[in-house]
Every structure is written in C-alpha cells, then in structure tokens.
Write a protein that binds this ligand. Structure first.
Ligand code: SAH
Length: 341
C-alpha cells in the first residue's frame, strides 16, 4: 500500500531521497510543498524533476485529515470535526482575536485521565495522535478559513504530555520556516500536571509555553476531581513549575471555577498561597457546562469577586472570555462526534 508522505519527518524524507539516489535537499522542497504550500498533488511541484515526481507518486500518496463538519459560534470561533485515516474523529477550534488567530488542537483521540468535569473524559481513550495528525489540524483550518494561524494551544482533546514525542514532532513541523512558520513562543502546551512530562519539557530545548490545569487549590478535592492528581502530588508539581518559570517562561495556571466546588474566596486565597514564589499567570476560566455533566458555572458576580480578589496579588490575572460555548467548543466541551446533537 502506498505510504502517506505527510507522516514522514523532514529527516526521514531526506533518507527517502538518498535511497532514491537524489540529493537530500530535495526533501526540503518536498516538505515545503506539503507543509507550507499545502499541496497533495505531485504534478504542481515544478521545482522537483519529473523523474523524481514519478518515483514519488508510484510509492507514496499525500493525504491529510478530512473536514467532516464546521460549526460557527456567535463569537466567530469555529469548531471543526475532523476525520482521521482510521475513521476516528477529533475536534479542533479556531479562535480569532484582533491580532492573534489561534487554533486549539487535540493531541489524543479521547483522553485516559478521567477528570470528572471534562466532556472529553466521557468518551474514554482511543489512541494517541501522530505528529502529522496534530500539525494537520492547523494546516486544514488555515486553508479552510484562508487565515494565517499565528498561535497554537495544545489544549483540545487529550493530554499532550502523555503523547509528547508526537507533540514534539508536530511542533517541529509547525515552527519550521519551510513548514507553517509559527514561532514556538506562540505555542502553549496545557497539562493536567504530569510531573514526569514537565520534567521532560524542562530538559528539552523547546521554547513553548507551559500551562498547568491546577483548578483546585485543595489537594483532596483535586484528587477527587482529577484522579491523576493522586500520583502527581501538588508539592512536587509546584516545585517543578517554579523551576520551569525560572529556567524557561512564566507558567500559566488554569483555574476553572465550578459552582459550589471551588468558587469561594478561601479557595482563591489558598491558590495564591500555593503560587507564592512562582512567576505565574493565573487564567480564570468560568466552567463551561456540558449536558452530560452535573456541574454548573457560578453566577457572574461570584466569578467577578474571585477575579477581583486575585487581582490584588502580584501575578498576571486573566479572566477567560469563554469562546464558542454555544457550539460546545469551549474548554472541556470537546467530545469528537460522540454527543453531537
Ligand atoms: N489535558 C490537558 C489539555 C486539555 S483540557 C489539560 O488538562 O490541561 C484544557 C483545559 O480545559 C484545562 O485547563 C481543563 O482544566 C479545562 N477544562 C476542562 N473541562 C472544562 C470545562 N467543562 N469548562 C471549562 N474548562 C474546562
């Protein structure tokens, strides 16, 4: 069966060229056609000789994700339901702002972590995405909307640090000047807080930003709501985050506020105590409800009160304007095609 060239890294494309008896730099041209010029058609690759194009087309195909459905929210964010080669489905979300055009990508089909408040956990875990399947979400959306993507957040379905090799492969494609040319500083990996994964990030040359879904400042509650917290104690997690903030970039802590769960001022006080000494930004996210989950978003005044309280600290505080909620495209609302109405 013909292999899909999209699934090859630049290095492995170079090996193919050498095997075919061509110069390795031919791989740069091929990579550029695929990832920068977004073509799936060998015949338009005019700077590559006819002979090489013929050889390539006999052995390989170029095939990307397929768009199954595109839904537009009232605030202009757009959710894409995408089909993979094996007919699994994932979702990615386009979030336009004045200067930034961000895509929120999935890194796994489903998620194995079982956070009780997140819709992705409802579908369980199917498999990890390949590097090209992650990068292709951005290329497909960029082509569809004819809008240059400037920022990427690894915050869709799945846990990026459980699939870090492929995420790294995707970053390589995304930041390459002959790929999508997106700066690593404009990319954020969001993790549930896996100690081993953050340790790995600390020791790689990656320059991406780190976001930690802290959410609950009470450790017992955090273990209840996010079962992986049992094996990833807060103390160690915060120690590593501190190190990351000193060695690399300021760390963002996501704080999803859920009604009657973590919406009191004492919860916020405890949060500030935990973050003492860390170069941190706190991103307050009002809970996005899902029809199949029992939790609710607190009243506006309650969220505002917590936000105002956090503003008294020296940290940078942002209140996330929830995007795409009416089409279930907000944080924690992505569930593939499983619950589409
Ligand atoms: N597994 C990664 C990335 C996916 S979740 C992580 O946990 O960070 C992305 C963000 O959405 C996380 O901060 C998570 O806490 C948040 N989230 C999950 N469910 C949510 C919901 N229903 N409403 C608002 N945010 C939610």
């Amino acid at each position: 069966m013909a292999k899909n060239l999209k699934s090859y890294s630049l290095t492995s494309m170079k090996n193919i060229m050498v095997d075919f008896g061509f110069e390795p730099y031919r791989a740069d041209q091929l990579f550029q056609w695929i990832w920068q010029k977004s073509t799936e058609d060998f015949s338009v690759m005019t700077n590559i000789s006819k002979e090489l194009r013929k050889l390539l087309s006999e052995k390989f195909i170029i095939s990307g994700l397929k768009k199954e459905k595109e839904t537009c929210a009232r605030d202009d964010s757009k959710k894409f339901l995408l089909t993979l080669e094996d007919d699994n489905h994932i979702e990615a979300v386009f979030i336009p702002e004045a200067k930034r055009k961000t895509v929120c990508v999935s890194t796994q089909v489903g998620c194995p972590l079982g956070c009780t408040f997140c819709a992705t956990s409802l579908i369980g875990f199917e498999r990890n995405l390949k590097a090209y399947e992650i990068a292709d979400q951005i290329l497909l959306i960029q082509d569809n909307l004819k809008n240059k993507i400037t920022n990427v957040v690894f915050m869709g379905m799945g846990e990026p640090l459980l699939n870090i090799r492929e995420v790294e492969g995707a970053i390589e494609i995304l930041c390459s000047p002959i790929g999508l040319g997106i700066s690593q500083r404009h990319m954020t990996i969001s993790t549930v807080g896996l100690i081993e994964g953050i340790e790995h990030l600390l020791h790689t040359p990656l320059k991406v930003k780190l976001a930690v879904s802290l959410n609950f400042s009470d450790e017992e509650l955090r273990k209840e709501m996010m079962p992986v917290a049992k094996k990833n104690p807060l103390r160690e997690l915060l120690k590593l985050a501190r190190e990351y903030s000193l060695k690399k970039n300021m760390v963002t802590f996501e704080y999803v506020i859920i009604e009657n769960v973590n919406d009191r001022i004492v919860d916020a006080q405890r949060l500030l105590k935990l973050l003492k000494g860390i170069r941190a930004k706190i991103n307050v996210i009002p809970y996005n409800p899902h029809p199949l989950l029992p939790y609710r978003q607190p009243a506006r005044e309650k969220i505002e009160k917590i936000y105002q309280y956090l503003l008294t600290s020296h940290h940078t505080i942002t209140l996330r304007k929830s995007r795409g909620q009416d089409i279930l495209a907000g944080c924690g609302q992505l569930a593939g095609n499983k619950f589409l109405t």
